[in-house]
Design a protein around this ligand. Structure first.
Ligand SMILES: *Cc1c(COP(=O)(O)O)cnc(C)c1O
Length: 342
């Protein structure tokens, strides 16, 4: 199978498995796991932030961030396409009692103007604007990138209005290999950032939340109450650490292949439109006569797995198990299906 459903399907490489086997371990709830401590310290330093916390998932790191930056009856400003709004089971309401204030923009991004357009006075009958969440890259927006300058402008806007800025950086490394920026170029503007290690980076499990020491101290408590306090989890942190040392630069290949795929799809009559490809995500809209369900089951018959992202919208994600050969194969099959279905 050529599995383009997500970059979360990536498997631990040989070097990563060796690093896991060799990892020194201890009980992380007591702060005694050397591999976890080393990973948290490494990432905090790379971000030039004070502290980091290893968690089982990016949903947990985002949810802890929302919790540590807000009080019930506060408001969280985000794009309507964002993961924190769409794909975390409404956790902002469940865990933190905050209201979402949604911004519409099809590439998934926010701007200072858009943030200011939804701000309102803090009456006793309104939730209090408190937190802004940006997603870099924007998944449903088509893998779009915020540059450090865009983030700096959003940060100035947040400062002006006493808002806190959190970044869901699930795929931040896919953006950085594209722009040539460093982690710190982006994180210097943030109160906190969540980074996923189990997507394109290829670790089996884990995300980190990075921020100020006082916030991460709170976050550690929230991680425990969310049920995320793990014991010899250094075996996972060692995999993540290996990924950060050895598997970041190759993300540029994933981005490149996604661009090749997007270009190929945009020439086919089967697609009404293809969102501009910025990183490793390709979002394509089928012509109205073809549903995503039909297209996806046809793909499956030919050994390709993709995700439905709407009645006529599909998503393909490139990752380390998609080489030039399998990409070419996928394009050939989609070309054939286009001739058949359109
Ligand atoms: C995958 C993802 C997350 C975190 O997902 P988990 O599966 O909980 O690790 C957060 N934000 C975005 C944009 C994602 O794509």
């Amino acid at each position: 199978m050529i599995n383009l459903i997500s970059d979360t399907v990536t498997l631990p490489s040989e070097g990563m498995r060796a690093a896991m086997l060799d990892a020194p371990l201890g009980d992380d709830v007591f702060g005694q796991d050397p591999s976890i401590n080393a990973l948290e310290q490494y990432i905090a330093e790379k971000c030039k932030m004070e502290a980091a916390l290893f968690c089982p998932s990016g949903t947990m790191t985002n949810q802890i961030a929302i919790k540590m930056h807000t009080q019930p009856l506060d408001e969280m400003i985000c794009n309507e396409l964002s993961h924190v709004y769409q794909s975390e089971t409404g956790g902002y309401a469940f865990h933190s009692g905050v209201a979402p204030r949604l911004i519409k923009r099809s590439d998934g991004k926010l701007t200072p103007e858009l943030i200011e357009s939804v701000l309102h006075p803090d009456y006793h009958w309104t939730p209090t604007p408190r937190l802004v969440v940006v997603e870099n890259t924007c998944n449903i927006g088509g893998g779009t990138i915020y540059t450090q300058h865009e983030i700096a402008d959003i940060k100035s806007c947040c400062d002006k209005h006493s808002l806190t800025l959190h970044m869901d950086g699930a795929r931040l490394f896919n953006a950085l290999v594209e722009t040539g920026e460093s982690l710190a170029d982006q994180t210097q503007h943030l109160a906190s950032v969540s980074l996923c290690l189990s997507k394109g980076l290829g670790a089996p499990v884990g995300s980190v939340l990075v921020g100020e020491q006082k916030d991460i101290d709170k976050a550690r408590k929230y991680r425990k109450v969310f049920g995320g306090g793990m014991r010899q989890a250094g075996i996972l942190a060692a995999a993540a650490h290996y990924a950060l040392l050895h598997q970041v630069d190759r993300l540029a290949e994933d981005n490149q292949r996604a661009k090749t795929l997007g270009k190929a799809l945009s020439t086919l009559p089967l697609f009404e439109s293809v969102k501009p490809v910025a990183t490793n995500i390709v979002i394509a809209n089928l012509i109205p006569t073809v549903s995503s369900d039909v297209f996806i089951s046809k793909l499956q018959e030919h050994g390709i797995i993709a995700a439905a992202f709407g009645p006529h919208t599909v998503r393909f994600v490139t990752h380390m198990h998609i080489d030039d050969n399998s990409l070419e194969q996928a394009i050939t099959i989609i070309q054939k299906l286009s001739a058949e279905l359109s």
